[in-house]
Design a protein around this ligand. Structure first.
Ligand code: G3P
Length: 218
């Protein structure tokens, strides 16, 4: 299972990278706006800065919604660095563009996926990754993890190469259940990655070991 960090914050990306367990980064326009990145050149420079930190794939999202615009924007993003994966929304022109990128050797991440049907379309079009949003489905009373399981089963049935990238992960149990289901990739905030470290018995145990170690040094 690959771990991606879902942020455009360079410091958080560096922290996750320093742990040695980071496989890639996902961003979206909201995360870029949160960092105060403004203007096309600054956006491109910021993606390059992310690529310079990590070894794996970096998803950079298009904001065009028509086929021509998505293709032009995607090609520009892909030209920044070979690590760039063009993130394309699950809309009709997005599916067409994913197919176009597939034929032209540009990797894609199909985003804003909320149903098995959408995931099936993304795989048929040749998306490198599909991003179902767990937390946002839970937010409206659904079960995001049920969707993840459905997609993994469908992809396994037909041997689709599209990787299931579980997104909108809000807490550790989401991440653990994704691992149990067998997603290819989970993208989550730094707080969730660091949350994996935590267990009260580890803290109590360490305190006791260190206290006993001090006794052996007296
Ligand atoms: O990057 C897409 C996704 O992970 C967004 O998460 O928490 O804004 O629903 P969230």
């Amino acid at each position: 299972m690959k771990f991606f960090i879902d942020t455009a914050n360079l410091d958080e990306i560096r922290q996750a990278h320093a742990l040695g367990i980071l496989d890639g980064v996902t961003t979206n326009p909201s995360l870029m706006a949160k960092e105060g990145i403004k203007g096309r050149d600054n956006i491109l420079k910021h993606y390059k800065a992310i690529c310079d930190i990590v070894e794996g794939h970096v998803s950079a999202e298009v904001v065009s919604t028509d086929f021509k615009g998505i293709v032009e924007e995607g090609e520009l993003l892909a030209s920044i660095d070979e690590k760039i994966v063009v993130k394309v929304p699950m809309i009709k022109d997005g599916v067409k563009a994913i197919r176009h990128f597939y034929k032209n050797g540009i990797k894609t991440n199909c985003t804003l996926v909320f149903s098995a049907g959408q995931a099936l379309l993304a795989a048929k079009a040749g998306a490198t990754y599909v991003s179902p949003f767990i937390g946002r489905i839970d937010d409206v009373g659904g079960d995001g993890l049920d969707l993840i399981e459905q997609i993994v089963n469908i992809y396994n049935n037909y041997g689709f190469e599209t990787q299931v990238l579980a997104a909108s992960i809000r807490h550790v149990p989401h991440l653990i259940q994704c691992a149990e289901i067998g997603v290819d990739v989970a993208t989550c905030p730094l707080s969730v990655i660091l949350g994996l470290l935590k267990h009260p018995l580890t803290d109590v145990g360490l305190e006791r070991f260190l206290a006993d170690a001090r006794k052996t040094m007296e």
